[in-house]
Design a protein around this ligand. Structure first.
Ligand code: CA
Length: 215
C-alpha cells in the first residue's frame, strides 16, 4: 500500500490484515516504487496524491519496468479525469476517496483473481477446497476451522498448486516485511494444517519447501 496519510494507511493495514492479507506500507512515491520493484507483491493499492512522485508516475514507471502486479489506484473524489489517467497509466482498477472498505476488499480480491496467471475463485487440491473470499475451508465437503495464518498459508500453497514453494517465500507472503522472527513459524503452522487436513495434505519436499498434495 502506497499512501502518505499515515493514519488512514495504518487503519487499512489493520483491516486488511484481519482479512488475511500481509501488508507493507510505503508513504512516498519513490518508496512505493522501490518496494514494488524489489518485492513480489500480489496486488498494489496506490494513492494518486503522494509526496516525491505521484501515483500516475509510479504506476507508469512500474509498467515501463515490465512489472505487471495488479494496481488499484485511489483517486480524488469526483476525479473523472484522474480515473481516466489511472487506467491510461496502466492501473487495473480505481476507487475514488472516500471509499467503502468493503468495496476495497472486494476489488482487491477481484484483482487477485484476474492478475498475472489465471486464478479461479475457489481453490482446490485433492479433497481440500478453499474459498478465498469467504476464507472458508472444507475437507471432503466438511467444514474445517482454520486460523488466519493457516488460511493464508493454505491459500498461497493452493494458488501455487503443483509447485514446490520455499519456506522463505511463504514467510514473505504471509507475514509482513517487518517480521523478523524465526522462519520455523511456518513449520508450526504447516503442522497445524496437517493435523486438520490430514498428514498427507501438504508434502515436504526435501531441501525445497512445501507442496499441496493433489490426492
Ligand atoms: Ca495522499
Amino acid at each position: 500500500m502506497v499512501e502518505d496519510e499515515v493514519r488512514q494507511a495504518a487503519a487499512l493495514k489493520r483491516g486488511l490484515e484481519a482479512e488475511g492479507f500481509a501488508v507493507d506500507v510505503a508513504t512516498t512515491g519513490p518508496d512505493g516504487l522501490w518496494l514494488a520493484t524489489e518485492q513480489p507483491y500480489d496486488v498494489i493499492v496506490l494513492d494518486v496524491m503522494l509526496p516525491g512522485k505521484n501515483g500516475f508516475k509510479v504506476c507508469a514507471e512500474l509498467r515501463a519496468k515490465e512489472i505487471w502486479t495488479p494496481v488499484l489506484m485511489l483517486t480524488a473524489k469526483d476525479g473523472e479525469l484522474d480515473e481516466a489517467e489511472a487506467l491510461d497509466t496502466g492501473a487495473d482498477d480505481f476507487l475514488s476517496k472516500p471509499f467503502s472498505y468493503v468495496v476495497l476488499v472486494a476489488r482487491l480480491r477481484a484483482l487477485l483473481r484476474r492478475g498475472g496467471a489465471p486464478r479461479p475463485a475457489r481453490l482446490r487440491a485433492g479433497r481440500v477446497e478453499f474459498d478465498p473470499a469467504a476464507r472458508t475451508c472444507t475437507l471432503g465437503g466438511a467444514a474445517v476451522e482454520l486460523t488466519g495464518r493457516e488460511a493464508s498459508i493454505l491459500e498461497y500453497l493452493l494458488r501455487r498448486k503443483g509447485e514446490v514453494v520455499p519456506k522463505a517465500e511463504i514467510l514473505d507472503h504471509v507475514w509482513d516485511f517487518a517480521f523478523d522472527g524465526d522462519a520455523n513459524v511456518v513449520e508450526v503452522h504447516v503442522s497445524a494444517l496437517r493435523r486438520k487436513l490430514g498428514a498427507s495434505s501438504i508434502e515436504t519436499v526435501r531441501g525445497g519447501g512445501y507442496r499441496v498434495s493433489e490426492r
